[in-house]
Design a protein around this ligand. Structure first.
Ligand code: ATP
Ligand code: MG
Length: 433
């Protein structure tokens, strides 16, 4: 992409409305613009990053056997009246009336809709287990939308729903998602601690929130410091049962569920920290299948209510969470997996024919090799170009100016380490292509 023809409306000063670094950097680097409170326009680079995150989430869901589909954002109130949540959800639900005076709502989540779909389509245990998901916009009229897209009112979520004949099956579905989540966050380069979100009651330990440690997090967690011996950001390969069992044996609890007087961890081993909740997995048994009448025929011919669980990942929130974990004083430092582009080319002397020709050629060659490149071909000063490229945060920068070209040298900068090295064009292509 040529920057001169692209759309990245960067901002020089720190916007006064932003109180955390990810919000500041997303606004400054031209990833988002606020439309109204908690509702954002996703500008081109923001949209690219969000889609890359969604792709990783999707790959791991598919790998775990979940099946993608798409449910609508607008739902009939009727379904929620059946489950009893229409009143209970309160003001967080955006209620809409259509032209025929039918009560509708913008979905804050999809348990009701999917349970209704299941009820109307699946009749037998032979069609189970089933795990369906979608990646869809949600709306929650949050009391205090803040921190940019981290707590938005409109946000993108991956949510899936598992259906099983019995508790054993439901537990297996839950465990598959637990592993899929570990892998997903590891692939994003994040250390997300699975924190227990129930105190024990129904279903044992079958509710976990995945929390990224960050000063700016809105949740407080308590955990056994032994959990830090796990390199959670490295759990990308096959994760065996022993690893999962070990991880789950460590205490990690949400503040509301943490009971200081009865905590099994010795005070010197207990840590407390702020976290950003990026995912939540949850077994809820027959809660919706009973209220909404979703039944299947079991092997003995008798009808039973289906066992369910739901599993969410905050795809749009992850964009912010990733920036909280990957930035420096000059801007964003994208991990390669989710960077809007892998490489940026900085043309230091736009008016120099040789220099521009060399940049154009390298740009073409990289594109031909399928490399994602952002080419700063603007008629602007070197200072502006350096600052913008650092702010946008692509993993690699290739800096090309007349002086270096005299020696046949292209400068390669690693955004994360700041290391700069000189190479021939061929070496650059070898390294990045
Ligand atoms: P929170 O405690 O942050 O309000 P929640 O418990 O309401 O989250 P879930 O209903 O479990 O969230 O939704 C699944 C995921 O969706 C969360 O783990 C989070 O990553 C994301 N999410 C929830 N609310 C928002 C929001 N207002 N803005 C952005 N992402 C959100
Ligand atoms: Mg909430």
């Amino acid at each position: 992409m040529r920057l001169s023809k692209y759309f990245i409306p960067t901002i020089k000063e720190n916007p006064s409305e932003a109180h955390i670094i990810s919000h500041t950097l997303m606004l400054r680097s031209g990833m988002i613009r606020q439309s109204s409170a908690g509702i954002y326009v996703w500008l081109p680079t923001g949209f690219l990053v969000m889609n890359k995150i969604a792709d990783i989430v999707r790959e791991e869901q598919n790998r775990a056997g979940a099946i993608e589909m798409l449910m609508p954002t607008i739902q009939p109130a009727e379904l929620w009246q059946k489950s009893g949540r229409y009143e209970a959800y309160g003001k967080e639900m955006l209620r809409i009336t259509d032209r025929s005076n039918r009560e509708m709502l913008y979905g804050p989540t999809n348990e009701e809709m999917i349970t209704d779909l299941f009820k109307n389509t699946v009749k037998s245990y032979k069609q189970l287990p089933l795990n369906l998901y979608h990646i869809q916009w949600k709306f929650r009229d949050e009391v205090r939308p803040r921190f940019g897209i981290m707590r938005g009112r409109e946000f993108l979520m991956k949510d899936n729903y598992s259906f099983d004949l019995d508790f054993e099956g439901a537990k297996e579905s839950y465990n598959k998602m637990y592993v899929a989540y570990l892998r997903t966050f590891a692939r994003l380069g994040l250390t997300a601690i699975p924190v227990r979100a129930d105190a024990g009651a129904i279903g044992g330990d079958l509710s976990h929130e995945f929390q990224i440690l960050a000063e700016t997090g809105e949740s407080t967690l308590y955990y056994d410091k032994g959990i830090e011996s796990f390199d959670l950001a490295d759990l990308k390969g096959d994760i065996d049962d022993a690893t999962v069992a070990k991880l789950r044996s460590y205490y990690a609890m949400e503040e509301e569920k943490h009971d200081a007087d009865n905590c099994p961890v010795a005070p010197e081993n207990l840590k407390s920290a702020k976290g950003i909740e990026v995912g939540h997995i949850f077994y809820f048994g027959k809660k919706y299948s009973e209220s909404m009448g979703a039944k299947i025929t079991g092997p003995d011919g008798n009808e039973v209510n289906v066992e369910m669980g739901s599993y969410g990942i905050g795809v749009s929130r992850l964009v912010g969470a990733l920036i909280e974990a990957n930035h420096d004083e000059n801007g964003i430092v994208w991990p390669e997996e989710v960077a809007p582009y892998k490489v940026g080319i900085i043309n230091l002397r736009f008016k120099d024919e040789n220099c521009s020709a060399a940049c154009d050629t390298l740009y073409r060659k990289l594109l031909d090799r399928g490399v994602e490149v952002l080419y700063d071909d603007r008629d602007a000063g070197a200072g502006t170009k350096f600052a913008d490229m650092d702010l946008i945060g692509l993993p690699w920068q290739i800096i090309i100016g007349p002086k270096g070209l005299d020696r046949g040298a292209y400068e390669l900068k690693n955004r994360r380490t700041g290391e700069r090295t000189e190479h021939s064009e061929e070496e650059i292509l070898e390294k990045l292509g």
